[in-house]
Design a protein around this ligand. Structure first.
Ligand code: PLP
Ligand code: MG
Ligand code: MG
Length: 614
């Protein structure tokens, strides 16, 4: 698994002087975006969790980039004017923890090159292409097994040309360390050493294949390094359009899901599932699951405070885990039912024959907090279960307020945050939530198949001695087994977990606050149109989640949900009917990888349909 990338960006860019006197070369724009930002986005989309940028000349530009992307770390080469790229790479080396991708900052490239390197069975791999005639080629020569032995800008010094260096390489940490050592040994005679020199030296001197550097050639690879004006011209006029076309033909048909989950996913989340087969009991996969669980925990509370327990299953599995595993014998549970998912909590509690009562409330009017509080006290309840966001109608429940009240009265809190988590910011300590359920296919924007239960540490610890009412869905057993073995007790949904890993990377980039803003921008588009068309919303605006909107169906007899559904589907939008028995509604969800412009397009379809039936 490749988790880190290093971009070397210390250089002066002297052959592009007019543009780079006050700006690093990576900030030259092509297609409306800095070339280094294209690269950063492609690296994250390829599954890189963290990017280290080695800076020097005009490093403040990179400081601003690092503010925009939390997962960028900077290492400044203070001697950038006296050293070459190897000097900058050496400054980054202490931040590298394992196998990583190494890139030059002045490249545009087709993202397929990253997949080829990530997918390669070799640990050390240089990406090479066929002839580019760029005028600044670095030629590579390999031995008969395809390992790098020499490089040169002068082809006549090589006995054979086996490709041109692209500037994208996969390396082991150990290989990097050898390169840094080589650089230090030659500080006096080669103060301006380029990183290619260290790679060739390490590869050719290495006695065993494991630490040699393999050259992987894609003959017709679309890429360009931009060192001078002629490169920039070529890059903008021919190479960039080719890259755009290549990436477009590989994209997956876009379907925008406006149903309340599973939600629309990015292509990079879909592609993350396409990877080498692996036995989930391999240590490498254990690390993936451990990373997923710990990153999820960080989204639900302060570091070290939350344990996330993963299960194969849908959201209901996580709900059933909580109800069956987090309530001891002799406890008394109050469940708020103001929608289908509160009712589901009650159904599960009845299956397990727990001692519980239901507080029923309207599916679209705000919950009466005082009434719930009174019931909790009068009934001497020990446990409280509530749905954070009732997906049934888009009604948001006052969960922090009620859970704080519970904690003040020693009541344990159990929250279904299936459709709230990763859109609404939650801190389980601050919000007094002991146990919380969510799933991989809603706001976190992954694939269906992984259910998770978040636990405050002390609350989880208490469940150790609770009765084991089921087997597969037992919280403590699942937690304890994973803690000891880094494996799940039963076969995990391997590909869904890889997709979830990618979805988490993308959530961290967007941030949960940023995601909620985007969702809200989509919701505003919708609400604006709904009002314009004279349609009514079921839930008062102030109590809406901004995530799902239940719209009352028009009373005209010619209205048909199926006809609206079919028209929307023709335009790549999927919508879903309402779920309340006492109100005829249809629901529009704006969770998932959806953009305001797409919601606007859907609003056009809705408008078109309503005009057609008037
Ligand atoms: N809880 C809530 C609030 C939900 O919105 C959903 C699904 O939409 C579920 C539970 C059940 O999830 P699943 O259908 O994945 O079992
Ligand atoms: Mg060059
Ligand atoms: Mg260059």
């Amino acid at each position: 698994m490749i988790r880190q990338a290093v971009i070397m960006a210390g250089g002066l860019g002297s052959r592009l002087k007019g543009r780079t006197e006050a700006m690093p070369k990576g900030f030259i724009e092509i297609g409306g975006k800095a070339i280094v930002e294209w690269s950063v986005q492609k690296l994250f989309a390829a599954g890189v969790e963290e990017i280290i940028i080695g800076t020097g000349h005009c490093s403040e530009w990179y400081e601003r980039l690092a503010e925009k992307y939390q997962c960028i770390k900077l290492a400044r080469n203070d001697r950038y004017a006296e050293t070459g790229s190897m000097g900058t790479l050496a400054c980054c080396a202490p931040l590298v923890h394992g196998d990583f991708l190494l890139l030059e900052s002045d490249l545009i490239y087709d993202s397929i090159g990253l997949s080829v390197l990530v997918n390669s069975v070799e640990t050390n791999v240089i990406l090479a292409s066929g002839p580019t005639k760029s005028g600044d080629e670095v030629y590579l020569q390999t031995d008969d097994n395809g390992y790098l032995v020499r490089h040169s800008k002068n082809s006549s010094t090589l006995t054979r040309i086996d490709g041109e260096l692209v500037g994208i390489t996969k390396l082991a940490k150990k290989t990097l360390d050898s390169m840094v050592a080589y650089c230090l040994d030659h500080q006096k005679d080669q103060p301006k050493m380029e990183y290619e020199t260290a790679m060739s030296a390490v590869s050719s001197a290495s006695p065993d294949a494991a630490s040699k550097i393999h050259v992987e050639k894609i003959e017709h690879y679309a890429w360009r390094e931009i060192d001078d004006e002629s490169h920039l011209e070529m890059a903008s006029s021919t190479v960039y359009p080719l890259i755009v076309e290549n990436e477009k033909v590989r994209s997956v048909r876009r379907e925008v899901l406006l149903n309340p989950g599973p939600a629309t996913t990015t292509d990079s989340v879909k592609m993350a599932q396409v990877c080498a087969d692996i036995c989930p009991r391999e240590k490498e996969f254990g690390q993936v699951m451990e990373w997923v669980a710990s990153e999820l925990s960080l989204m639900a509370g302060a570091p070290g405070r939350i344990e996330t327990v993963l299960f194969g299953g849908s959201g209901t599995a996580a709900d059933e885990v909580m109800i069956s595993s987090c309530i001891p014998d002799g406890a008394k549970l109050l469940i708020v039912d103001n929608g289908a998912y509160g009712a589901r909590f009650a159904k599960i509690a009845s299956v397990y024959k727990l001692d519980f009562e239901v507080h029923s409330s309207s599916g679209y009017l705000p919950l009466d907090v005082a009434a719930v509080q009174k019931k909790l006290i009068d009934g001497a309840f020990t446990h409280f279960a509530i749905v954070y966001h009732e997906t049934t109608t888009g009604l948001l429940n006052p969960v922090p307020e009620l859970c704080r009240f519970c904690h003040a009265h020693g009541i344990t809190t159990i929250v279904d945050a299936v459709s709230a988590f990763a859109a609404i910011t939650i801190d389980m300590d601050r919000d007094c939530i002991d146990f919380m359920a969510s799933t991989s296919n809603k706001n976190i924007q992954g694939m269906a198949g992984v259910a998770f239960v978040f636990c405050r540490k002390e609350a989880l610890e208490k469940t150790r001695l609770y009765p084991m009412r089921n087997y597969y869905l037992n919280l403590w057993d699942q937690y304890e087994y994973f803690r000891k073995t880094k494996q799940t007790r039963f076969t995990p949904p391997v590909q869904a977990l890889y997709a979830l890993r990618q979805a988490i990377i993308e959530t961290k980039i967007e941030t949960i606050e940023g995601r909620y803003e985007r969702y809200t921008a989509c919701w505003k588009e919708l609400v604006q149109t709904v009002k314009k068309l004279g349609l009514e919303m079921l839930v008062p605006e102030a109590h809406q989640s901004h995530l799902i909107t239940a719209i009352v169906e028009p009373s005209t007899p010619s209205y048909s949900f199926d006809a609206l559904h079919d028209l929307a589907r023709k335009h790549q939008f999927t919508i879903y009917p309402g779920k309340l028995s006492d109100a005829n509604t249809f629901r529009i969800a704006n969770i998932g990888d959806i953009k305001p412009a797409e919601m606007k397009r859907f609003c056009g379809v809705l408008e078109q349909y309503l005009h057609s039936i008037r």
